[in-house]
Every structure is written in C-alpha cells, then in structure tokens.
Ligand binder design. Structure first.
Ligand code: LLP
Length: 421
C-alpha cells in the first residue's frame, strides 16, 4: 500500500497535489511519502514482533539524509556498504551500534573508519577480508564484531543481475566451508564472532528461496554452536519484492515473510536482523516528468519526456517495469493508445516502456512513474550534463525539497582545467 492517490482528479502524494510540487520545483523530480515509509517499517516491526530483532534499512535503496533520519528516529538500524554510506548514516544521527557493514570488497580504510566510529558488526564475505579486518582491528587496539556471510547456493528466482545466493555469484563463502572459516575467525585476536549472515538476492516474489536459505542457516547455527562458537545473531539480509505492476502480481507480505523467519530460525534464541531496502522505500516514491513532445513515428508513436535513463535507470538496466500514470486522472471512456515512452538521451536504451497504453498526452502534461522510491535517485547520474533531479519529501499536507537540483554553474565548476592546458 502507498499514499499516492487521485483526489479531485489530480494525483496526490498524501495531501499534496503532485502538480503543485511540479510548479514549485520544476520537472523531473522524485517525490516520497513519509507515511508510506513509516507504514512499511511498521509492517516489518509487526512481522518480527515477539522475536528479539533489529530492522537494518538497506540505505543503498535510497540514501537521502532526510529519509535516513526518518528511519533512524523510528529506531531502525542501517545496513551500509561503503565508508561513504557509513558516514552518511552517522550524519543522520544513527548510532554506530545500530549500523551493520555489508559488502564484498570493504577496504582497510573503510574498516578503520567504522571501527573507530563504532559499528554493530561487519558482515564478512571472504577469508582475505577476515584477515584484513583482523589486522586493522589489532592495529587500532580493537576487536571487530563479525558475522560471516554464507552463500547457501539457493536460487532466488529473480533477475540474474540482482540474484546473489548461488554458488557462482561473487557473494559470501560457500556454506560447505563455513565451519573452517569460523574456526579461523575464532583464532584471530582482532575478531569476535557474533553470528551468521545471508542475503540471497533482491526483488524476490516467492518465499520458498528464503525458507530454503534460512533452513540452511538454522542447520549451520547448530553445527557452529557444537564447534563452540557463540552464535547469537542471525542477519537474514533483505530482498522481499514489491508489486511493480499493480494489475499483475502480488508478492508475499512482510507478515508471511516474518512467519517464515519464525518457523525456520525462531527457535534458536538468536537476535534476528533483516536488511530490507526496496520494500520500505520502493512504493513510497514516484518520479514525475513532463511530456516534451508526442512524436508520430512510422507505425508507432513516441511520448518523449524530460526524464531519461540517467534519472531512473532501472528499465534500461534490468528491463524493469514501472507503472506510468498521468498526473491528471483519465476521464472514464477516454480512448487509450499504445506509445513508446522515452527520454531525450541519444541511446535506444533510453526507453522506459514500449507500446504502453496511455491516454492522449501532449506538451507539458505530467506523468508519474510509480514504485520509483528504491534504486531510483541513488542510481541516477548526470549523463548528458543532465542535472541530478530534486527529491521532495511529503508528510501530510507539507512538503520540502530534501535535495535541490544543482545549477549548471555548480555542475560545470565541479570540473577543473589544469593550469598547463
Ligand atoms: N542487503 C544486502 C547485502 C544487499 O546486497 C541488498 C541489496 C539488500 C540488503 C537490500 O535488498 P532489497 O531489500 O532492497 O531487495 N539496483 C537493483 C537492486 C540491487 C540490490 C542490491 N542489494 C534494482 O534496482 O533492482
């Protein structure tokens, strides 16, 4: 569920009309609903109720400082994957003891940053990383709390570019090697084993792969405890999918996902951590664009927008579907026609949708891309010298720009021309 609905014929974000935001900030822009963020976080809280747990929001999905503060204020932990993300989570007021550090290639500098600033745990993904972390921790006179990310060799049945739990993927250590690696970890003076970590992929629309992975984690917990390790935390990663096509598919609810967790690992007496990103922010955001032209091609028409692949890369990169709706509600009985919806960038890949049924639209009309709150703004670039588009947060009847559009002067002056040129 989200808080983007038509009222009086105009799409609203909560109580704010989307065309009003467009007049204030210009298009394109992202708009987020604070109520939807809160609701989705609460759904996970309810799903894990009764189990000792921490929801570590995966900020890679949307790392705006205001959103991190909103999440942090509700008591969320944060899952970070870089030194930059760590610093930003701290800047938003999230304490180190609520931050988990994931990622397959943490540098020594990033490890030191987090150890010095305070960190809940590192999710370690390889033996060389374990050794490096031990060295860095010893050098600082600290002990690093660690889970080892295991690769359970489970097929997440999602897009190949975002599946991470098969043995051929670069992530984690093979589960068959886990006991050896834990023994190695336990012998290192700068490492304290606190638990196990797993993450099998993103946009999962089926609970079975989660169940298969968590069953393996439960089994491994028993073995590692037999080996004398104090396994007290299980980080089960993120990955629960969202309905991108309203008309089509209904992925499992957080409550059912919580039930799978309860059934598979609930009896182990471990603190449960999860790292959801997409489900919390995905349907809490829209991207709004204006139509520049309707171009009549041979046999097909093109709706050319002022937003492009650099602003929302998911369709170009993952063939992802986003519902695209007119901001002005379509009157009943309006004739729809199929158009290709494209941006102005000089690549055929700059196509948001092919042969999508849309009402008649022309110059200046506004459209909204739904489900654009996750992996939208964070993956944007300034390709074609197109400014990063602003982000707006709506809360009830108020809205604020939480990241302004840079001016062309700012963008140009970021470059330096050497004196000798
Ligand atoms: N934890 C780890 C270790 C991850 O790698 C990820 C996502 C998450 C948690 C959060 O997963 P989520 O709950 O958001 O599914 N750019 C792609 C998605 C990449 C996901 C990467 N890892 C997209 O636009 O679909």
């Amino acid at each position: 569920m989200d808080h983007f609905d038509y009222k009086d014929g105009i799409l609203h974000a909560e109580d704010v009309a989307v065309d009003e935001i467009a007049r204030a900030v210009g298009t394109p822009f992202y708009a987020y609903s604070a109520a939807t963020f809160r609701r989705h976080f609460q759904l996970f809280q309810e799903a894990l109720a009764g189990m000792d747990h921490l929801i570590c929001y995966a900020m890679k999905a949307n790392g705006n400082l205001a959103i991190l503060k909103l999440m942090g204020d509700m008591g969320a932990g944060i899952d970070v994957v870089s030194g930059g993300e760590y610093l930003k989570a701290r800047a938003a007021g999230v304490p180190g003891e609520r931050i988990v550090f994931s990622g397959v290639g943490k540098t020594r500098a990033e490890m030191a940053l987090a150890l010095e600033g305070g960190i809940r745990q590192f999710n370690v993904e390889s033996e060389p990383e374990l050794l490096a972390l031990n060295e860095v921790a010893c050098g600082l006179g600290k002990v690093a709390p660690v889970t080892v990310r295991i690769n359970p060799d489970v097929d997440a049945r999602t897009h190949a570019k975002i599946a991470t739990g098969k043995s051929e993927n670069k992530f984690g250590i093979p589960i068959a090697k886990a006991r050896l690696v834990y023994a190695e970890a336990a012998a290192l003076p700068g490492i304290e084993v606190v638990g196990i970590d797993v993450h099998i992929g993103s946009q999962l629309t089926d609970l079975d792969p989660f169940r298969a992975a968590f069953d393996k984690v439960a089994h491994l917990t028993g073995l590692l405890r037999q080996d004398g390790h104090d396994i007290r935390r299980l980080d089960l990663g993120g990955g629960l999918g969202i309905p991108y096509e309203r008309s089509n598919m209904a992925p499992p609810l957080p409550l059912d996902y919580g039930e799978v967790i309860r059934q598979t690992v609930g009896h182990l007496g471990c603190e449960i951590e999860i790292e959801p990103g997409r489900l919390i922010v995905g349907n809490a955001g829209i991207m709004v664009a204006s139509v520049i032209y309707l171009k009549h091609g041979e046999g097909r028409n093109f709706l050319i927008l002022d937003a492009a692949m650099n602003d929302l890369i998911r369709p170009a990169m993952y063939d992802a579907h986003h519902d695209i709706v007119p901001v002005r509600q379509v009157a009943p009985g309006t004739e729809m026609s199929a158009v290709d919806i494209v941006g102005p960038v000089c690549e055929t890949g700059d196509t948001f949708a092919r042969q999508r049924n849309m009402p008649p639209l022309g110059d200046g009309d506004l459209v909204a891309f739904r489900s654009a709150g996750a992996y939208g703004a964070v993956m944007a670039s300034e390709y074609n010298m197109r400014p990063l588009i602003p982000e707006v947060l709506v809360d009830g009847d108020q809205f604020a720009v939480i990241r302004p559009r840079p001016s062309f002067d700012e963008m140009i002056n970021r470059d330096r021309v050497p004196e000798w040129l």
